[in-house]
Design a protein around this ligand. Sequence first.
Ligand SMILES: Cc1cc2nc3c(=O)[nH]c(=O)nc-3n(C[C@H](O)[C@H](O)[C@H](O)COP(=O)(O)O)c2cc1C
Length: 250
Amino acid sequence: MNEIIQSLYDRKSVRAFEDRPVPAELKAELLAAAAQAPTAGCQQLYTILDITDPALKAALAETCDHQDFIAKAPVVLVFCADCLRWYDAYQAAGRTPRRPGPGDLMLAVTDAAIAAQNAVVAAQSLGLGSCYIGDIMERYEDQRRLLDLPPWVFPACMLVLGWPTQQQRERKKPARFDPAFVVHENGYRRLDEGQLRAMFRDRCGGQSFEGFLSAFCDRKYESDFSREMSRSVGEYLRDLERAPEHPTWE
Ligand SMILES: Cc1cc2nc3c(=O)[nH]c(=O)nc-3n(C[C@H](O)[C@H](O)[C@H](O)COP(=O)(O)O)c2cc1C
């Protein structure tokens, strides 16, 4: 295994950080590495919010499903899918372009997530730990207010980064499913019950298939935060239709 692939295996999410800062030049290196990610049409359809205000970190810890470790992270980055900047540039150049649609948003979310993953890989190479925070997609109204988000700018994902504690360095990385269940040749193949049971065989710990999946369903899929995320993303999608043709700062 070469060292880049080995580093992908070694990376795991880090949720507790040493109480020491990340030097500004390292953060700058991370952000520059993020920008080297592939990007649709070389447009960089994202804006990265570098959250340095401790009060804002604390507020985000609250609005992102009460995850306290966010407030303690030395680096907090919000990767926003940005459908506004190019629109504004087109307008500045004298065009009156169509308003962005769901396809533009999906493309921008892909761009933002790929840039974030570049930052994750760069962080790993520097000895820094990171964790994605998907809950930034929740609480549309609060996140927009906290982060001054205009219409057509969607917080696709958040990263917290810092120096991992010893306990986090020693934590076992959760195993992945066998690729046979995840990689399908030449087209999608819906798994039957037997295959699903086989897929989860090593995932259930001591529990039965039914017990494990029922508890997981309650904890994740049917959770309040999951439902809130869908409501919130629905609001961002509705913005694409209801925002003024030429959005202005309120
Ligand atoms: C889109 C996305 C959202 C995530 N959101 C959270 C989160 O809100 N809180 C958290 O503690 N971990 C979050 N994670 C981290 C996952 O829980 C973690 O990647 C997964 O359990 C696999 O573990 P590993 O990263 O250590 O390999 C998120 C990961 C992704 C990719």
